[in-house]
Design a protein around this ligand. Structure first.
Ligand code: ZN
Length: 386
């Protein structure tokens, strides 16, 4: 007797499996669960969903870079609007809050169906203004450490936004402080935003170590990962060799098709694909949803398996969410059910360039800890009338 059985789930590697779920965890995955049960056993499961090999299922999509602190004056959104409503089971807010507001953020997102985690901004105000690191007094190590201790399992990393408009005259200093904070707090993942210089990207990259995450990795600003001639900067080559990770963090101003294309041609793939979504770029574009950002990578030559890996296994690895990202026994029962529509679609980057692709992802449902939540597209499918 199971809480929930999903049969005929099409995985991106082409396998078709049945999945049994108890208490929010995957307890069995095989081609034979349904066959080995008598009909009455299957139907004594509290819920059965038969995807009949017609719909894809992957581990639940993880968006490593969103903004969903509803009370943020600048980058606000609702966790479920960037999460389950778009087929995303886990979102990680990237530094909207610092030590001052992270408890409020935690409280406001407990009712969400989506799993919500946070990178804590090293500035105690978070992103209340655009220049949170222009005053070094904003970085109070003690309050950062206390906030992390108060929110175990919610704060999973720290964030430093290292671009000129954010750091003002402080140059590289906030990043030096972030690395100290990281060392004093169990080597938590550190996500570093890159944008306009100063500080120069070479200076930033040389300070990063294994597991640190560069977000906005394909931004089109002069401080991009490519040299003016289009080669990968040597500082980034060295960083990647050390195990530094590249995250997309598309956003309103941080994704260039041209940069991504040149980089990917040189084998510089993203480790994680994330959206940097919040209400405005969700409603008005160019982000719209994680699925839209993921679909752009088909036009850049990535396969379905590669794209899905960036929001499942790779994201779980980067964020150290050890129970997520894999469809296998013992992992969390978080899934995204989706279609791959073979139809032309126009995609816009953050630099005003449009590219027409030949396919795109349509999320139909999120399963979060065993609970099924349909997207608008999913609601129109008979398969989900359980
Ligand atoms: Zn962001």
């Amino acid at each position: 007797m199971y809480d929930f059985i999903i049969t005929g789930a099409l995985l991106v590697d082409g396998r078709q499996v049945d999945i049994a779920i108890n208490d929010g965890k995957i307890v069995a995955v095989s081609v034979a669960i349904a066959e080995n049960q008598t009909q009455s056993q299957i139907y004594s499961a509290k819920k059965v969903l038969d995807l009949a090999g017609k719909y894809y299922l992957s581990a639940g999509w993880i968006d490593s870079h969103v903004h969903c602190y509803p009370a943020s004056p600048i980058y606000h959104d609702e966790a479920d609007l960037v999460g389950v409503a778009s087929g995303v089971t886990t979102v990680v807010d990237a530094g909207s809050t610092g030590a001052n507001d992270v408890d409020d953020f935690y409280r406001l997102t407990r009712a969400a169906k989506t799993h919500v985690y946070a990178f804590l901004n090293i500035a105690k105000t978070g992103i209340v203004t655009q220049n949170e690191l222009a005053d070094m007094a904003q970085i109070d190590k003690q309050s950062v450490t206390e906030a992390i201790a108060r929110n175990p399992g919610f704060i999973i990393g720290i964030k430093a936004r290292m671009s000129s408009s954010v750091v003002g005259k402080n140059g590289i200093k906030p990043l030096l402080r972030a690395k100290e904070i990281q060392q004093e707090n169990n080597q938590l993942p550190l996500m570093v935003h890159i944008g306009n210089n100063p500080p120069d990207l070479d200076e930033i990259a040389d300070l990063l170590t294994r597991g640190d995450i560069i977000t906005h990795c394909y931004n089109g600003k002069p401080n991009r990962i490519l040299t003016p001639a289009g080669a990968l900067r040597e500082s980034i080559q060295r960083a990647l060799k050390r195990g530094v990770l590249l995250d997309v963090g598309h956003g309103s101003a941080s994704f260039s098709f041209d940069v991504a294309e040149l980089a990917i041609k040189q084998g510089i793939y993203p480790h994680t694909i994330s959206s940097d979504i919040y209400c405005r770029n969700r409603l008005n574009g160019p982000v719209h949803s994680l699925a839209t950002v993921m679909s752009k990578f088909f036009t850049l030559g990535l396969s379905l398996e590669q794209v899905i890996r960036c929001v499942t296994e790779n994201a779980a690895h980067a964020l150290r969410l050890t129970d997520k990202g894999v469809v296998d026994t013992g992992y969390d029962a978080d899934f995204t059910i989706f279609e791959l529509k073979q139809q032309p679609q126009v995609f816009n980057d953050s630099e005003g360039k449009s590219v027409t692709g030949d396919k795109y992802l349509v999320p139909l449902a999120a399963v979060v800890a065993g609970d099924l939540v349909l997207t608008d597209e999913g609601k129109s499918k008979d398969v989900f009338s359980l």
